[in-house]
Design a protein around this ligand. Structure first.
Ligand SMILES: C[S@@+](CC[C@H](N)C(=O)[O-])C[C@H]1O[C@@H](n2cnc3c(N)ncnc32)[C@H](O)[C@@H]1O
Length: 224
């Protein structure tokens, strides 16, 4: 078997550990010391996050889409594919090195979505961007953790609590969708979404595009 080669490592802002970029043949991995955040072989669920969301946006023109977590750019590429040609997509990435890795090493994996003229990139915390705007986004897509608890960093927990969900509700336009990727189901989180006035749907998706691999959950929460 080809051994993993470390390409680079970088600090997670806030002093919450490091992320490491590794390569093995044509396969790439972004991981912390303990957990893999993203692997280039498995992106069926990341693609589905964008496809399912874009298909549910109520407004038909000039979508404004916010994506939390660039990773390897698969969700971003799928959002560009499944939204209208006049959409504007803002992708927010906490770790500046991840943006640089996409430009230097990873861009080809998802067809260089950062080069698309509809895309703007912010190197920030997506929680801060959500809090800063009202009635702005047709969709907010979150894939920043393994599910509704902070995996990359504990500070992400605030995104999934009642306060964070209420801010996301306010940040959406009427008919907008908040969608969240998760490695598994979580009934308590579904209840929290409903308590924040979202109309919530859970969709089970597979890790591989072929329909195989681990089962994951995507919440699609509509502001009706
Ligand atoms: C699982 S990866 C995203 C994978 C991505 N959906 C794709 O298609 O490749 C999670 C990403 O979210 C980023 N992230 C974690 N917390 C964040 C936050 N609070 N704001 C913005 N980005 C964050 C991580 O640095 C990482 O790049």
């Amino acid at each position: 078997m080809i051994p993993w080669e470390e390409i680079d490592r970088a600090d997670v802002p806030g002093g919450e550990g490091e992320v490491i970029l590794r390569k093995r043949g044509t396969e790439f991995s972004i991981r912390t010391d303990t957990t893999e955040l993203m692997n280039s072989r498995l992106h069926g669920a990341e693609d589905a996050l964008a496809e399912l969301t874009c298909n549910r946006i109520a407004r038909k023109k000039q979508h404004r889409i916010l994506i939390g977590g660039l990773g390897m750019g698969y969700t971003l590429a799928a959002a560009l594919q499944y939204s209208e040609a006049d959409s504007l997509v803002t992708v927010v990435e906490l770790i500046p090195a991840v943006v640089r890795w996409n430009r230097e090493h990873l861009g080809h994996l998802a067809g260089n979505p950062l080069d698309d003229g509809r895309v703007s990139v912010l190197e920030e915390d997506v929680a801060a961007i959500i809090s800063s705007k009202k009635s702005t986004w047709d969709a907010i897509l979150l894939d920043v953790d393994n599910g509704p608890d902070g995996l990359t960093r504990q500070a992400n927990d605030r995104i999934y609590g009642m306060g964070g969900l209420q801010k996301a509700f306010r940040a959406l336009r009427p008919g907008g969708i908040l969608s969240i990727w998760s490695s598994g189901a979580d009934e308590r989180f579904t209840r929290r979404l409903n308590q924040c006035q979202f109309q919530t749907e859970n969709v089970a998706v597979r890790a591989r595009k072929s329909g195989k691999g681990s089962r994951h959950t995507i919440w699609l929460a509509a502001k009706c």
